[in-house]
Write a protein that binds this ligand. Structure first.
Ligand SMILES: *Cc1c(COP(=O)(O)O)cnc(C)c1O
Length: 361
């Protein structure tokens, strides 16, 4: 049996991707010009199924990019360039985003929380934003893959209610895994190698009409991936450059088969609750949730902490049992393990995981 990977990205891909790869080859799409009828039809069909399966409101636009990292750059250059880029984060991915923005936007304001058990303090947040301009962009990492925390939809709603700026949300490790309330932000983005169960090399960006309007007002067209230029191309189901047609094809095929996001959301959240409960019920395993505040726990990326020696031993024993656990990330590297709870991972595989952990209890 090949090992089961619970790595939170790149992560397990759907086994049916093997057949879809062959189908892509057989269909001729991989040699089609991206400005041909065939190429444009694929982009159009893919966007249609993305919007349908992820329940994205009609007026929102969907664009493809190469990675979430590219989306960080696009947001800075096309949306924040005449104002401030304000970043709230409590972990390594949010910090990386702020660091990238700071290289591109002089007026980047990082607001870091050192405590992943504390929700963002909205009152102080407003104070720290005094003098805000409605052209600023608030950047939030909805699912912090590094430490397994989340900003849930009610918290996003509160942030939106208290602020007038555009809100940009990194959902790289939650898009396709939980239901997102698209109305609560203006720019959402994430790549496909996490909850969408696909090989890396494609990212989705979902933009509200307000985000598109702000990009058009700023009208940055300096870069091949400037948002206005990208939009002009996508209006014709094209891209400024030759896109990754294979990835677009695979995304379309995987989503065609996928249940509704409401069903996936239910399954993923239930499985997360059960897994967190499992470690409470089995304390002798030596791992416990890193995040004690249950409202802040991610459903798609579970972070568990233990002593450095037990974490190293558990990872090795898991490997011997054919199970790849995710390493900790950044400062948490040696004292945490991360477990992806992504839709491509089956309930049977999660049972194999808990059976393994029971042998340690
Ligand atoms: C994985 C990840 C990224 C980086 O994604 P790439 O596709 O490698 O650019 C960014 N943000 C978060 C929250 C992630 O989990």
């Amino acid at each position: 049996m090949p090992p089961i990977t619970f790595y939170p990205g790149p992560s397990k891909i759907y086994p049916k991707v093997a057949q879809y790869l062959q189908d892509a080859y057989d269909s001729g799409i991989l040699s089609a010009n991206h400005r041909s009828q065939m190429g444009m039809a694929l982009v159009e069909d893919c966007i249609k199924i993305v919007k349908e399966k992820l329940a994205i409101p009609l007026p929102y636009e969907v664009y493809f990019f190469g990675s979430a990292t590219e989306c960080w750059q696009v947001i800075a250059q096309s949306l924040s360039s005449q104002s401030r880029s304000i970043h709230f984060y409590n972990g390594a991915f949010g910090q990386k985003w702020a660091d990238y923005s700071a290289k591109l936007i002089d007026d980047t304001l990082p607001i870091a929380s050192q405590d992943y058990n504390q929700a963002f303090d909205l009152v102080n947040l407003r104070q720290s934003l005094a003098g805000q301009s409605s052209n600023d962009v608030l950047c939030i990492t909805q699912n912090e893959t590094a430490n397994g925390t989340q900003v849930d939809m009610p918290s996003l709603a509160a942030i939106k209610a208290n602020n007038q700026q555009l809100i940009a949300v990194d959902v790289t490790s939650s898009i396709g895994g939980i239901a997102l309330d698209w109305h609560l932000a203006d720019v959402w983005f994430g790549s496909v190698q996490k909850c969408l169960g696909l090989p890396a090399g494609l990212a989705l960006m979902v933009c509200s009409p307000r985000a598109v309007a702000q990009a058009q007002t700023i009208n940055n067209r300096q870069f091949y991936n400037s948002l206005c230029f990208v939009k002009d191309n996508f209006d014709q189901f094209q891209t400024p450059y030759t896109p990754n047609m294979l990835a677009i094809y695979l995304l379309k095929r995987v989503l065609e088969d996928a249940p509704t996001i409401a069903e996936i959301d239910h399954q993923i959240k239930q499985r997360a609750t059960d897994l967190y409960a499992f470690f409470v019920e089995n304390p002798t395993i030596g791992l416990q949730a890193l995040v004690s505040n249950t409202a802040l726990r991610s459903a798609t990326v579970l972070a568990l902490q233990g002593s450095q020696t037990s974490v190293a031993a558990i990872k090795q024993l898991a490997l011997n049992a054919g199970i790849i656990l995710g390493n900790g990330y950044g400062l948490l590297k040696d004292k945490t393990v991360r477990i992806a709870n992504f839709p491509a991972i089956t309930d049977a595989e999660v049972e194999r995981l808990t059976s393994f952990f029971k042998t340690l209890a």
